[in-house]
Design a protein around this ligand. Sequence first.
Ligand code: AMP
Length: 416
Amino acid sequence: MRVKAVRGTRDITPDEMPKWRYVEEVARDIFRRYGYREMRTPTFEHTELFIKGTGETTDIVEKEMYTFTDKGGRSITLRPEGTPAIVRACLESGLLGSLPVLKLAYIGQMFRYDRPQAGRYREFWQIGVEAFGSDNPAIDAEVTQLAYQLMREIGLKGLSLDINSIGCNRCRPRYVEHLREFGRRHIDRLCGKCVDRLDRNPLRILDCKEERCRIVTKEAPVILDYLCDECRSHFDRFKRYLEELDVPYSVNPRIVRGLDYYTRTVFEITAEGLGAQNAVVGGGRYDYLVEQMGGKPTPALGFAAGLDRIIASLDAQGFRFPTAEGIDCFVAVIDEAFGDALGLTDKLRSEGLSVEMEFRGRSLRAQMKTADKLKARFVAIVGGEEMKEGKVALRNMETGEQTDVPFDQVARVLKG
Ligand code: AMP
C-alpha cells in the first residue's frame, strides 16, 4: 500500500510554489522597509517553553501540541506558534537589549493538532513580526499598520481590521471577575466548553463560535468599560495613530485572542473569500511575557499571519499571481550528441540563462513538444551536420525562424 501524507498536512507542488514565493517576497520587502530583521528558530523546543510562554490554559497547550519524548528522555514539542521561541532565542543570544527597539521577523511552519478543515491544517505556515522595547502606542500603530499594509500589498481584498484592548494586570482581573459572575448567572445557556472556560479562562467565552454562547455574551460586560486610566489612554492614542495612518478599523470587544500572554492591544484581520476560517492575521501586545520567561521586564508586541489562508483567499478572490515565464532555451539532442549538449547547456547556464536539455533520446518531434510545454523561447538543436561545423540549429519559438549559429555565439543570440 502506498503511504499517504499525514492527515492535516499537504504538499506544496511546483505549480503552487510561485504563489508562496510571491507572498514571501512581498513580506520580505515590507520587513526591509519597516526595519524588521528576519530570523529563524528551531521547529522544536522544550515543551516547557510553550507551557510557560503560550500559557497553560490555552487551547493550544491543553490539546493541540505535538509533544513527544525524544531518545534522550526530553519532552519536546513541535512549535505551535512563533513568539515564545523568538523570546527564548533573544534571551539566549543577548539580542534583547542590543537595540532600544528590537524588531524581528520570521517565516516558518507551525504545528497544531487541530481538527483539519478548509483553511485549518495541522502543519501550516506563519509570517510574523515581533517588536521589543517600547510601550508607546505609536508602535502598536506601526505593527498593526504593517500587518494591514502587508495584506494590502499582497493583493487581498475585503480586509477588515478589528481591534480591542484587554487591559493589564491592574484592570483586567476586576473585569474577568465580573465576566465570570455574568457567565455563572447564565451558565445553563452556555456550551459545555464555555462552562469550563468560566473557571480557567473566562475571556474565551467572548470568542466562542457557538451561536448560543454568542447570544448570551451579547449582554456581557465589555472590557473597555473596565480599563484603568493608563490602558484607556494607550488605547485612545493607538486608535488616533491608526486614523493618522489612514488604517480603517472597527473596535470589537469580542477580540480577546486565544493566548494567555496578551495585554492591552489585540487585533485580528479577516479577508473575504475564506468562509468560517477567515482570520488571516492575529496579533497584539504582550508586555509581561519576556519577564515571565526570565528576562528583564520588556514591553513587546507582534503578529502572525497565516500563509496558507492568505494564498487560499487570493485564489478564492481570483487573484492573478505573477507566474514564472518559461525558460530561455531547450537544448534538443539528435545523433546521441549528449556530450556536446551538456557542454552547451552548461555554458548557457553559466551566462545566467535558464536552460533545460533532453535526457531521454526521443524523436526531435517529441523534444519540440516538450520545449513548447516548458515555454522555451528558443530551441538549440545539437548534433547532426551543423555540429560538424561547430554550429547548432537555433530556432526562435515565437517566430519559427531557424538559423545556424556557432556554438560559442548561442548565448549572445539568446541574450540579444
Ligand atoms: P494565531 O497564532 O492562532 O493567532 O494565528 C494567527 C494566524 O495564523 C491566523 O489568523 C491564521 O491565519 C493562521 N492559522 C492559525 N492556525 C492555523 C491552522 N491550523 N491552519 C492554517 N492557518 C492557521
